[in-house]
Ligand binder design. Structure first.
Ligand code: NAD
Length: 357
């Protein structure tokens, strides 16, 4: 039976599990709040369903509780940090907050963050920058399993490498474009698999490179590979060769340029998900274009929103709006967890001696 919980209940139970898993109360609350915010935003793929994986990753030593990002280079508007495999929700915020302060004093900042554990929703960082009146661009690579096939390829070669652009809009909520460069996020396949659903054609290939609608091919090992690690199918990149190119750009910028490293080996069974991120943060006020930027951005967004509703659509939404609409709905109605996700969370809790009601 699916279970529906209020956001506050979920935050509290998640925080209690993270504390039992070695986090300080403060860290536990930050990570719990971040995951529940992803659920509230409609992205269950990056919500509380990640908790069992985080518990496993700590147990394996791939995720370090209570770690702080280490500043490797501080050269004014160029910053390089190492995430120390700490919770991305903590070291990522630490890093973006330094970049925000730096963009405010210098006009812009290029911030490289290497080897954080899972950063969750990248939009979280863009929203933080936008709240400070700043534009931000984020390229992220994922080191976990090569789960996305390059355009023209027949097996997974890189991660779901997300890209995100945040633009503040005066008097309005920001434009926050934030998506995986795979056709869908891997976590959405986990959610569909847990619900026993098939997915639409064109999203997946199986472990033999053949198209399939079974999300299980990227969730459950389809046998063992030559090196003993699980054999999986792969997600397709979005936008054919163009999305595939952007996914590679995330690897080259978020992975190679950040110092975090790229993926170039077969998958293994480790549960850690490492993210490295290259963020560019710009202060429009310091660029001298603030007035025209604000009026032109607003005029453009209004112009686009005024488009009449297309066939089978209710009208135009601006990136960031679907998440805000979902938040209002789910704050009111609660967050539904499928049975498998709930059982996995309960098992993770019980492995740490935490009993859930
Ligand atoms: P998605 O396909 O739901 O696309 C989300 C983006 O599209 C958002 O910017 C949203 O506002 C916009 N959008 C959605 N519907 C829209 C509509 N009808 N009109 C206009 N804009 C619309 O997202 P996704 O690819 O499934 O990614 C989900 C989340 O997963 C993101 O937050 C991403 O950062 C995160 N992610 C994280 C990692 C990681 O390793 N940390 C990896 C992959 C994805």
């Amino acid at each position: 039976m699916p279970k529906t919980l209020k956001a506050q209940e979920l935050r509290a139970l998640a925080a209690s599990i993270f504390i039992a898993n070695g986090s300080s109360a403060e860290e536990a609350q930050i990570v719990a709040d971040n995951l529940v915010m992803a659920n509230l935003s409609g992205h269950d793929s990056h919500g509380i369903g990640m908790l069992p994986r985080y518990v496993d990753a700590v147990r394996e030593g791939g995720l370090t509780p209570n770690a702080k990002a280490q500043v490797l280079l501080d050269a004014g508007s160029l910053l390089s940090l190492h995430g120390q495999r700490g919770y991305g929700q903590v070291v990522g915020v630490q890093a973006i907050d330094i970049a925000i302060a730096r963009a405010q004093s210098q006009g812009s900042c290029i911030m490289a963050l290497a080897q954080a554990h899972h950063l969750g929703r990248i939009g979280h960082f863009a929203e933080r920058a936008a709240a400070a009146g700043l534009v931000s661009i984020h390229f992220v690579n994922v080191q976990s399993r090569p789960i996305v096939a390059p355009w023209g390829g027949g097996d997974g070669r890189f991660g779901t490498n997300p890209i995100c652009i945040g633009v503040p809009l005066p008097g309005k909520a920001p434009f926050v474009l934030d998506f995986a460069t795979s056709r869908v996020a891997q976590g959405k396949m986990r959610v569909a698999h847990n619900k026993g659903q098939q997915v639409e054609p064109g999203l997946l290939i199986d472990a033999h490179g053949q198209p399939t609608t079974d999300p299980g091919v990227v969730v459950v090992a389809q046998g063992a590979g030559p090196d003993g690690a699980g054999l999986f199918g792969a997600l397709m990149p979005f936008g054919e060769h163009k999305g595939s190119g952007l996914a590679m750009a995330c690897e080259l910028l978020g992975g190679a340029l950040s110092g975090g490293g790229t993926w170039h080996r077969p998958g293994d069974n480790s549960r850690a998900v490492l993210n490295s991120m290259l963020s560019i943060v710009i202060d429009p006020a310091k660029l001298g274009t603030q007035n025209s930027f604000q009026s032109e951005a607003l005029a453009f967004v209004d112009w686009v929103k005024d488009s009449p509703a297309g066939a089978e659509h209710a009208g135009v939404l601006i990136a960031g709006e679907p998440e805000r609409l979902a938040r209002a709905r789910r704050e009111r109605n609660g967050i539904e967890l499928d049975d498998t996700t709930w059982q996995e969370i309960a098992a993770a809790a019980s492995s740490l001696g935490v009993v859930l009601n």
